[in-house]
Ligand binder design. Structure first.
Ligand code: GLC
Length: 755
């Protein structure tokens, strides 16, 4: 049959002539979507639901040859891992000018922590607890990505993770539901700005839905199984916060949940995401995850996999090609209705209309804008600002801050001169050679007369000690030794689980050798996950967590080391004393036999402590902050009443600093057991030496709510403790009584699974 080619212009005129109102108002978009939909064949509809990677970057196990031919054949609706005004224009021209209907492509990419100006890895940014800074970071990423031909980022990743063996802990906001929810929403707002129709915004994609961070044994892609209560109380809220913030799309996770892979899990994708949360955008699978259901074993063949996926509420197939190959026949055989197919296609077309791609398919592919936007000085400054705030001072026995006129510094360690590692995993279009190394940063910071010596001492990941001698001799010449140790960037991120959390290779031995010289030593950690460093904590006078801080890493680290910025970061994830404690997190339950050192029959280990090395929320400053007593506005609160919690924070040191004051609660008795602590608020206060501030928090009944025995959501009457402190361990406490459980209009009856 001769292919009927309807030129794009006619098609646009056709759909736009139905539009009385502005090009992008909601109602008109629906009519425009429908006017395109009715022109499409079943094959073209399946094509709109197909996402293929270009060959510019590899972010998964397979690459398809000939994706450009697929585009030309109208079999592709979106492309990822392709960027650049020129290249995206070239690919868009194929879709718009060479296909029958000329429907524009969507270009997606993993812009996770910056596009070309790279920001700290997300777990690092989360250590800033600065929501404005985090939103700003995503905003800059959107400015650069949208100027580089991109419409869509596969971010934010909001997977709660309480197992540092899992490499993707670097990609999220850590272990806590409350903090993770606020950060997820901030990132969506940063990416989408004033809406996805704005030229400097990109559509967000909240991922990986759901509970991917709970992969068994911290092994990537592994099984997830948990109660509905834990799912809803701990893991789902950050996704919901991102959806409520307006995330345009959602990505499924690789893992199964309760026996059904998320890729085709109707309970997640339809019952919760659409029916309970009202999500209106589209859902994309993760990389070939439809195909991987054959491995999971919940479907027998590709046709069943495609049918199960689209029927669960998932709309787009990333890289498997199962929608492209199977949906037309499934519709012809009546196994998938055309209505089900149309529902998915409408969701995808709506986003394309909302982004103005039908009005101008090339609006993001503007070389002039690309040139004038990417790498702006203010973006670099923003990156350095967030980086400074992401640094966590773990220990300081008076060694820091250093003097800029110190005579001789020895920088020792395999990461000291690395630029590539400074941008971390998932740095997408970031170029390592554009980053400022730690050596570069220190050199630029200190006086010209200061000697900065460097020796790598060892490699990151092998046991050779052949470079120890050079390092030790350099240390002996120095007034201060700064050690740069940790993981290579590739040792965290996707498919990068580690069963041992010690410093890799010979690094621990190197630190011990340098320590023997008796010189004052500062250890800088560059890593994508919590590490088990008890010896370093015990023996080294200063320890600084720097994660991977991005393009401006070296400058930000030097700002902190030499006192131009007083460190303010707080850990968003617990650092275990030993991997044997994992999973370990602050909001644990009390158990029936809480640890009692004097009672054998209590919950503890024979060979390691229960306590972590550094608790959630922990981070020091160059000054000191004193916490006064916790004052409550009442000893009792009744239904629908709020409670004020006040604590006076005083800067008792000699330097100005920023403190993140944290508020936790404990519900002492519930119809189900409750955690020992739950974060319910935090405020950042900047205080000069001797200054104080009465920090006031408001606790609402919703803050006291949880999924009760009957799975309704709300508070229960009874005794509560309130904690205020600089972290989840060192707290001042108060107590109050909730006299009765208020009638809450937001009681949600959890959906019973209809799996
Ligand atoms: C990967 C990741 C996902 C990413 C996608 C596209 O496998 O799981 O986070 O967005 O593929 O690169």
């Amino acid at each position: 049959m001769k292919k009927l080619v309807i030129p794009f212009l006619f098609c646009t005129l056709l759909v736009s002539c139905n539009t009385e109102r502005s090009a992008r108002s909601g109602d008109s978009i629906d009519s425009r979507v429908d006017s395109v939909l009715k022109l499409m064949t079943v094959e073209e509809k399946a094509g709109q639901l197909t996402l293929y990677t270009s060959d510019w970057d590899v972010t998964g196990p397979s690459i398809r040859a000939g994706y450009q031919e697929d585009i030309k054949a109208g079999k592709v609706g979106a492309v990822f891992n392709a960027y650049g005004a020129k290249y995206t224009r070239q690919l868009q021209e194929i879709a718009v000018k060479e296909t029958r209907l000329g429907i524009p492509l969507l270009f997606g990419y993993d812009v996770i922590h910056g596009h070309k100006t790279i920001f700290p890895i997300p777990i690092g940014e989360a250590s800033s607890w600065d929501l404005e800074a985090i939103e700003r970071s995503a905003r800059v990423a959107a400015e650069e990505a949208s100027a580089d031909g991109l419409h869509w980022t596969f971010a934010p990743m909001v997977d709660i993770s309480r197992d540092p063996r899992w490499g993707r802990v670097m990609e999220g906001a850590g272990e806590d539901t409350y903090l993770g929810s606020l950060i997820g929403a901030a990132r969506v707002k940063g990416f989408q700005g004033n809406g996805i129709s704005e030229i400097n915004s990109v559509a967000a994609c909240v991922k990986h839905f759901a509970a991917y961070g709970a992969s068994q044994a911290g092994r990537d892609y592994h099984t997830v199984d948990m109660s509905d209560r834990v799912l809803r109380e701990v893991y789902l809220p950050p996704y919901k916060a991102a959806v409520d913030a307006g995330a345009a799309t959602v990505m499924t996770s690789f893992n199964e949940l309760d026996g059904t892979p998320a890729t085709a899990n109707k309970y997640l994708m339809d019952d919760i995401l659409r029916k309970e949360w009202g999500f209106q955008g589209f859902v994309v699978t993760d990389y070939t995850s439809i195909m991987e259901m054959l491995n999971h074993g919940n479907v027998a063949d590709s046709a069943e996999a495609a049918a199960a996926t689209i029927k669960s509420g998932v709309d787009m197939d990333m890289q498997a090609g199962f929608f492209q190959y199977e949906l037309p026949q499934l519709v012809k055989d009546g196994k998938v209705s055309e209505a089900e197919l149309n529902t998915a296609v409408r969701r995808v077309l709506r986003i394309k209309f909302q982004m103005g791609l039908f009005d101008d398919p090339y609006r993001y592919s503007d070389e002039q804008r690309e040139k004038s936007t990417i790498g702006k000085p203010e973006f670099k400054e923003a990156s350095r600002d967030v980086a400074r705030k992401s640094i966590v001072l773990l220990k300081n026995n008076g060694v820091l801050p250093l003097s800029k006129s110190v005579k001789t510094i020895a920088l020792i360690g395999p990461l000291g001169k690395s630029r590539l590692d400074m941008i971390g995993a998932w740095s997408a279009a970031g170029k390592g050679d554009s980053a400022v190394s730690i050596f570069d940063g220190i050199r630029a910071k200190v006086s010209p007369s200061t000697r900065v010596l460097y020796a790598k001492g060892c490699n990151v990941n092998d046991d050779s000690t052949k470079y120890f001698g050079e390092a030790v001799s350099l240390a002996r010449q120095a007034d201060i030794v700064i050690m740069s140790v940790g993981e290579a960037a590739w040792m965290s991120g996707e498919a990068s689980s580690r069963g041992i959390l010690d410093l890799p290779g010979a690094q621990q031995k190197l630190v011990e050798e340098i320590h023997k010289t008796g010189k004052p030593v500062v250890v800088l950690l560059s890593n994508g996950r919590p590490l088990t460093i008890p010896w370093i904590d015990k023996n080294i006078p200063a320890v600084v967590e720097t994660w991977y801080l991005g393009t401006q890493a070296g400058h930000a680290i030097a700002d902190v080391l030499f006192g131009d910025y007083n460190p303010s970061g707080k850990l968003p994830v617990t650092f275990p004393y030993s991997v044997g404690q994992v999973p370990i997190f602050y909001s644990a339950k009390n158990t029936g036999r809480p640890r009692d050192p004097n009672n054998k029959y209590s919950s503890k280990y024979l060979d390691i402590p229960n306590d972590p090395l550094y608790p959630f929320g922990y981070g020091l400053s160059y000054t000191t902050f004193e916490y006064g007593e916790v004052n409550l506005s009442a000893g009792e609160v009744s239904a629908n009443q709020n409670l004020s919690v006040t604590c006076r924070i005083t800067n008792s040191g000699s330097l100005s600093g920023t403190e993140t004051v944290q508020l936790y609660i404990r519900d002492m008795v519930g119809s189900v057991t409750r955690p020992l602590k739950e974060l319910k608020g935090f405020q950042q206060v900047k205080l000069g030496p001797g200054e104080f501030k009465d920090v006031v928090f408001t606790l609402t009944p919703e803050d006291l709510s949880f999924y009760r025995k009957d799975m309704t959501f709300g508070p229960e009457a009874g005794r509560f403790k309130v904690f205020v402190g600089p972290n989840s361990r060192d707290v001042k406490e108060g107590e109050f009584e909730l006299t009765d459980a208020p009638k809450m209009e937001f009681q949600v009856k959890a959906m019973k699974k209809d799996l």
